[in-house]
Design a protein around this ligand. Structure first.
Ligand code: AMP
Length: 112
């Protein structure tokens, strides 16, 4: 069950700012406000999904394809495609998921 009371929903609605890297019909990418690595970006869905499980079971095949292509594009734009990077998605309480709007973390720019 998606709850609109989360910070990424506010970013999607332009109620709060973000340092945007990329945007298309399915994805919005911006820099993490508290980077844990030299490069730390977030790619969030435009659709309202609370986590990966929700996204993969409810989104259309086209939306899923566009979203994950966007993740790859953003890595390329950040210059980490050649050097390597890590993608992470936290799902639920044990993972430490803080924001209940599906997102992928991109870490890179250094040895992980
Ligand atoms: P997660 O624990 O996977 O839900 O990660 C949420 C991430 O969102 C954390 O890395 C936070 O630093 C990041 N974050 C929280 N608020 C903002 C914001 N306003 N702009 C950018 N990143 C944010």
């Amino acid at each position: 069950m998606y709850n609109k009371d989360n910070v990424f929903y506010k970013i999607l609605k332009s109620e709060i700012p973000a340092e945007v890297i990329y945007e298309d019909e399915a994805a919005l990418a911006f820099h993490d406000i508290h980077p844990q690595k030299k490069i730390h970006a977030l790619v969030i869905t435009k659709g309202l999904y609370s986590n990966f499980d929700d996204f993969i079971s409810s989104a259309s095949a086209q939306e899923i394809r566009i979203f994950f292509s966007a993740v790859s594009k953003v890595a390329d734009m950040l210059g980490v495609s050649q050097t390597g990077y890590r993608i992470i998605s936290n799902i639920g309480p044990d993972s430490g998921q803080e924001v209940e709007h599906f997102h992928i973390h991109i870490w890179g720019g250094e040895k992980l």
